[in-house]
Design a protein around this ligand. Sequence first.
Ligand SMILES: Cc1cc2nc3c(=O)[nH]c(=O)nc-3n(C[C@H](O)[C@H](O)[C@H](O)COP(=O)(O)OP(=O)(O)OC[C@H]3O[C@@H](n4cnc5c(N)ncnc54)[C@H](O)[C@@H]3O)c2cc1C
Length: 386
Amino acid sequence: MIRDPKHVARLLDSTRNFVRDVAIPNEERVERENAIPEEIVAQMRKLGFFGWSIPEEYGGAGLTTEELCLANMEISQCAVAYRARAGTNTGIGAEAIIQDGTEEQKRKYLPRLATGEITGCLAVTEPEAGSDLLGGLATTAVEDGDHYVLNGTKRYITNAPLADIFTVLTRSDPANKGGSGTTSFLVERATPGLSTGPEHKKMGQEGSPVSEVYFKDCRVPKSAVLGGVPGQGFRAVMKSLNKQRINLASLCTGPAIRLLDEALRHATTRKQSGKAIGEFQLVQAMLADCKVEISAARALILETARKRDLGEDVTMEVSMCKYYASEMAGRVADRVVQIFGGAGYCEDIGGSVPRFYRDVRLFRLYEGTSQIHQLNIARHLLRGER
Ligand SMILES: Cc1cc2nc3c(=O)[nH]c(=O)nc-3n(C[C@H](O)[C@H](O)[C@H](O)COP(=O)(O)OP(=O)(O)OC[C@H]3O[C@@H](n4cnc5c(N)ncnc54)[C@H](O)[C@@H]3O)c2cc1C
């Protein structure tokens, strides 16, 4: 739902300007330095990028799902690392606090997450707990007076090397293997016993740091239990991932839009056999397939966002969005490399195209692999939902 079209148009314009004037000209620097330069992060803070999804009463923009998706489709038209820098604050690193935090937890963290003063992250995945988060969950939280003591390892945690506040899923009741045996905690970086590992060396998305997180006899007060109630950890994480899936689907769309722009530029300037390659019908077919798939993803995402804003249950639809948009981005990137020919494979000649090809590969893996979303969609269908 769009509340005020003029306000949203201004937000989209300022995001577009940032992408064109600041982000794209600095993409190679971000890749080379493997970090977003601090002066650019400062601009992102000033533009409010860190607080898009945080409610207005806690200092954010309080965007509706539809507004957030539209903004995401703009910010993601530059190197993925930019939106990943702000993305945990306006996504998985804040969402559990927004949806399930106590009033005290909201007041303590959300205003600073909204301005980007602090960075949040969600630490759920473990070496033995990936797609089966619950079955493999080995990080423990043991009650000890007014505290809990956390032990375990989290893996592949986006922004962990930078994060100030970690939302952490643990098994708090070893006898209960279900969701009600889990508790989520809000653990501050300075807490003794919390440490982060070196950055994972990734295939792409340079500038978006990801690492392991270690808990070794890490004592946290009971006030750090998310929502103040133990036994709700898994439920809270799944609720925030449910929102995040449509968020991520819209973030898959921007790279595809940008790649198609690059492909069109190349198709009209690159000549072979005396003609622009865009005059060859087989190249035209690839361009057309990209356009159709981008438009289909956009339509599905915005329709689902509107339904979510109306309070409808969109659990199946968000899986459809995440599955389709992430696979679509992979297919678009592959076709655009094809349209670029050898240049699409050579980083020094192909510009952003080879980088996007590597960057978008991750979309099909995190926040539920494609297979997990296929299963999810089929489960809903077999239950009789249409
Ligand atoms: C760069 C990066 C950033 C990430 N950021 C975060 C983060 O911020 N926070 C966080 O908590 N996690 C994060 N993750 C973790 C991510 O969500 C997991 O990697 C993902 O959920 C898959 O888990 P896995 O890697 O253990 O793969 P596995 O679960 O081992 O899956 C391996 C393969 O088996 C398939 N498979 C597994 N189970 C089934 C099944 N039941 N049916 C059919 N096929 C199945 C999968 O689809 C996949 O193809 C990140 C990962 C990466 C790589």
